[in-house]
Design a protein around this ligand. Structure first.
Ligand code: NCD
Length: 303
């Protein structure tokens, strides 16, 4: 069946290195516009999003266009999915129109893996439930490399709603392949103990100060209320215990990089002072998303 990009977990370090290296060719120089290519001229990429998305969907669309591909985006609310069509039937219908690749986001963990067994078209996972968000981890790695030059030997804290975060899982899988020490932090109800076992080099703490001490990078996560079926913590105390504030940065390395996949909730998991500070790489992450997705689409479609 079609070879796409479903997850980070099963990729080798060499495969990740190749994508990250190629993404560098697609980054614009300082003050320059993105370059256009015709590597995917005549190819069609369908974006199929069953969940809300601003940056990921536009980023994939822009990436495909900058490589010369034709793109179209379908969202669940505007499609026959809202008329009760099953996922397999929707995908078979799209498949019959012979797109060259399908970029897909779905609320069910494993949905793109399931479909890739049935369709001869490469599927790129743009986030499946609480499982993985591979291109987010790749663009995060690109952003860290741009600032730090290497991933090896770094200490990185991932703070927030770990339990529901596909971003955390993909990042843990990627970073552990490079020997990064990953510290996961959040309220006990959002920090399952098993997360300490999913990859080597992962430790857990419920204390934000302990998590941040001497780290090179802080990755903040949104509290994903849409995935929580009961209150996991008292909402108005979250910021006090797990919100990132300027005083926390003093505990980290002096040149600590602050990241967040977005959408950010100011005053909930991160203060505006930190989000808008020199240390924040949040908009660099967004920018790098395009270059990294260009590298991924090229690899998936042009070999
Ligand atoms: C994340 C996602 O959807 O998994 N956002 C993103 O893709 N940039 C994280 C989130 O929704 O909080």
């Amino acid at each position: 069946m079609g070879k796409g990009l479903l997850e980070i977990e099963s990729l080798t370090r060499e495969e990740i290195d190749a994508i990250l290296a190629r993404s560098k060719d697609f980054q614009p120089g300082p003050g320059q516009a993105f370059k256009r290519f015709d590597i995917l001229k005549g190819r069609t990429v369908v974006n199929l999003f069953f969940e809300a998305s601003t940056r990921t969907r536009t980023s994939f669309e822009i990436a495909a266009k900058r490589l010369g591909a034709d793109t179209l985006s379908i969202t669940a609310s505007g499609s026959s999915v809202s008329k009760g069509e099953s996922l397999v039937d929707t995908l078979n219908t799209l498949g019959a129109m012979r797109p060259d690749a399908i970029v897909m986001r779905h609320e069910a963990s494993g949905a793109p893996h399931f479909l890739s067994r049935y369709l001869p078209i490469p599927i790129v996972n743009a986030g499946d439930g609480t499982h993985e968000h591979p291109t987010q981890a790749l663009l995060d790695a690109r952003t860290i490399l741009d600032r730090r030059g290497t991933l090896e030997g770094l200490r990185i804290a991932i703070i927030g709603d770990i339990a529901h975060s596909r971003v955390a899982r993909s990042n843990i899988f990627l970073l552990s392949k490079y020997g990064v020490q990953v510290v996961l932090c959040g309220p006990a109800s959002l920090l399952p103990r098993e997360m300490g076992q999913i990859a080597p080099g992962v430790s857990l703490t419920n204390n934000i100060e302990a998590a941040i001490r001497d780290v090179d990078v802080i990755m903040m996560l949104r509290v994903q209320l849409e995935r929580q079926h009961e209150a996991a913590f008292p909402a108005n105390e979250y910021f006090q215990f797990f919100g990132l504030r300027p005083e926390h940065l003093e505990l980290a390395k002096p040149d600590v990089v602050v990241m967040h996949p977005g959408p950010i909730n100011r005053g909930r998991e991160i203060s505006s002072e930190v989000a808008d500070s020199q240390r924040s790489a949040i908009l660099n992450q967004v920018e790098n998303g395009i270059a990294v997705r260009m590298a991924v689409l090229e690899r998936v479609l042009a070999g």
